[in-house]
Write a protein that binds this ligand. Structure first.
Ligand SMILES: Nc1nc2c(ncn2[C@@H]2O[C@H](COP(=O)(O)OP(=O)(O)OP(=O)(O)O)[C@@H](O)[C@H]2O)c(=O)[nH]1
Ligand SMILES: [Mg+2]
Length: 282
């Protein structure tokens, strides 16, 4: 994830600084890196400590993106090219600064894949509607294949949530193993009946057999129904972190988003959402 964007001018002043994440960057280290980029007049990538720096000369200045060591060089190269191209347009007065900053936002955003798995009719599509703030569907229309949707208005730092809602009916099950890979989190939804919870145990075994490495989180849905097993009981039965939900209740939207936030906490270092700091020094 790119967490900082800097543009440094010919006098080595930071003219653009945007912080996307709570991670701090050692400014002196970053500026020394920028000086090396400027001297080489070539794109440079260096990992220093826990930061991967990528710098590209721009006239007598330098564009620097700060990312994480795990970020792929090819992706970072693509992004720095775009940021540099767009900033050049600002300098040439083809574009205003605000439009540029919006584009920077777009380029540093990473799509984060979240998968919803579980048997047919347990409420996966309803949960997707809930996350998107839409009206929950009143009738059960089984999903065919897969439905992929961006969760509007629910960006987490520079992550944009992309939810993959899988069809739960048996005949679609073979799709799962092809498609859940690269998912940051797999939510396994159950309707909180004892029968379905026990069936879900088989899904967990299946996912592990398929080599799933992402985190599995259980959603004990339909908590409004009589006899619904409470989340802590589901957790005891399945041995996996479990959260309760009523996906048909629009009031549970924030709860569903919080579940995603909490689940991400383990993979991403974050205590705070986007820190929106823009300093523009003439
Ligand atoms: N009472 C209650 N009903 C729910 C809840 N969540 C979903 N439902 C209902 O359960 C039915 C099935 O929901 P879906 O979201 O379509 O189920 P699904 O898991 O996507 O099913 P497939 O697409 O076949 O895999 C619908 O009629 C929903 O209205 C809930 O929290 N409480
Ligand atoms: Mg569905």
């Amino acid at each position: 994830m790119i967490h900082h964007v800097f543009i440094i001018d010919a006098r080595e002043m930071i003219v653009v600084q945007k912080k996307f994440w709570i991670i701090d960057v050692d400014k002196q280290e970053m500026q020394q890196f920028a000086t090396r980029v400027k001297a080489s007049q070539m794109v440079q990538i260096e990992v220093i400590g826990s930061t991967k720096y990528i710098g590209q000369p721009l006239g007598r200045g330098v564009v620097v993106l700060c990312a994480e060591p795990v970020d792929e060089d090819t992706t970072l190269l693509e992004r720095i090219d775009k940021v540099t191209f767009e900033f050049r347009r600002v300098i040439c007065h083809e574009e205003d600064f605000e439009a540029f900053m919006m584009k920077v936002d777009k380029y540093v955003t990473t799509k984060l894949k979240i998968s919803l798995l579980g048997y047919g009719g347990v409420g996966k599509t309803t949960m997707l509607h809930l996350l998107n703030g839409g009206e929950p569907p009143q009738t059960y229309i089984p999903t065919i294949g897969i439905d992929i949707q961006k969760v509007e208005g629910a960006r987490i730092g520079t992550y944009e949530l992309l939810v993959w809602d899988f069809a739960g009916q048996d005949r679609f099950r073979k799709l799962w193993k092809m498609l859940f890979s690269r998912s940051r989190i797999v939510f396994l939804v159950t309707d909180s009946t004892l029968e379905n919870v026990l069936q879900s145990k088989d899904i967990i075994t299946f996912l592990h057999e398929q080599g799933l490495s992402s985190e599995i989180i259980i959603i004990a849905n339909k908590q409004d129904l009589n006899g619904a097993l409470q989340p802590h009981l589901v957790q005891r039965l399945l041995g996996v972190r479990t959260f309760g939900l009523i996906a048909i209740d629009p009031n549970d939207r924030q709860k569903a988003l919080d579940i995603i936030h909490k689940s991400l906490e383990q993979t991403v270092d974050w205590d705070q959402l986007e820190v929106d700091t823009i300093d523009f020094l003439p």
